[in-house]
Design a protein around this ligand. Sequence first.
Ligand SMILES: Cc1cc2nc3c(=O)[nH]c(=O)nc-3n(C[C@H](O)[C@H](O)[C@H](O)COP(=O)(O)OP(=O)(O)OC[C@H]3O[C@@H](n4cnc5c(N)ncnc54)[C@H](O)[C@@H]3O)c2cc1C
Length: 351
Amino acid sequence: MIRSSADGHAVVVGAGLAGLLSAQVLARRFARVTLVERDRLPQSGPAFRPGVPQSRHVHLLWSRGLDLIESQLPGITDDLLAGGARLLRAPTDLHWPSPVDWFGPMPGTTLLAGSRELIEWTVRQQVLREKRIEPRTGTEAIGLLAAPGDAGVRGIGVRPRGTPNDDRAEQLTADFVLDASGRTWRHYERLRRWPDGFVVLGDASCRFNPVYGHGMTVAALAAHSLAQETEGRDHHGIRRAARRIQRRTAASASTALGIALGGDLRSPDTEGPQPGRFATVLQRYMPHLLAGANKDPVLSHALFDVLSLNATPSTLFAPSTVIRVLGKWRLPTAPATEPYPPNGHSARAQP
Ligand SMILES: Cc1cc2nc3c(=O)[nH]c(=O)nc-3n(C[C@H](O)[C@H](O)[C@H](O)COP(=O)(O)OP(=O)(O)OC[C@H]3O[C@@H](n4cnc5c(N)ncnc54)[C@H](O)[C@@H]3O)c2cc1C
């Protein structure tokens, strides 16, 4: 049996967005939260670091993600805007493709555009004000520690980053371990039984085609679910509830996953199992909905509510929405000419 202090110790692996938001949630329930990060974190302002290579790309944060982060860290929107981020209306302020043309100035939702470095830096400044969170940077997690007697996870092994072997490895025992180490090639879904005391979330749990810009919003949704599931439990209860917490946090990715898969399955080059009957119907319906949304403000609103993860895709099948889509069924759903012919020249440049 694991012995722990009265208030418990949690370890979070990865100080990306998912790790930071989760550490702040766990600090409400554990006396100590160790945030293990293999990078040295920038000290003087937003800056690139190798552990988050995707930060070279501008990041968009959907309104749902921003609202959740604002409710978790009040004042963060003002801090982000003061740091140079911008609030944009989608689709009005962006070149947003519809099946035939760019979207016009239709009603939709709000997006925050900023560098990934700025967003993470601003969140980190607030999160690390919490004294219960102890960052251990330049420290790499190298594996999970198993509790005796098949009793789940009891901590992690760590070593200073850059040490070629495990000579300087140490054990960090904990009542609860949360893996937020980002995109790795680990397949936790293959575990036959979920261990006590362990949860994985953020990109480490599920990652999406980045073209939909959902990763940070899903991380915020998962942290929100973590807060709800840990509410009212002590550290023993949280440890025992790991499987339930995992299910709940994983479910927060389902809408984003459905959108990404639905989009990818429309391409004939997509590999993998063929979609079921519902997905096939969805594939026929979506181009008509997208074409209609570029003409009908109500459809545009409904579409962007789903894209921003404020609503579930099922809302696109509400009878009133279906009737509107059917009313626009004759609108073209593909451009009259192929915009990108196979030889790479534009259609107009052909002799
Ligand atoms: C090209 C691209 C563009 C994207 N654009 C958008 C966008 O516009 N909008 C959006 O919402 N999302 C976008 N995303 C996704 C988004 O970046 C992530 O979903 C989001 O940052 C949450 O990531 P995370 O915290 O789970 O992981 P990360 O941000 O990757 O953080 C993981 C952290 O774990 C650390 N780490 C890894 N292994 C270890 C270890 N063994 N020990 C200790 N620390 C470790 C890493 O150094 C890193 O700090 C994009 C992704 C890509 C690839």
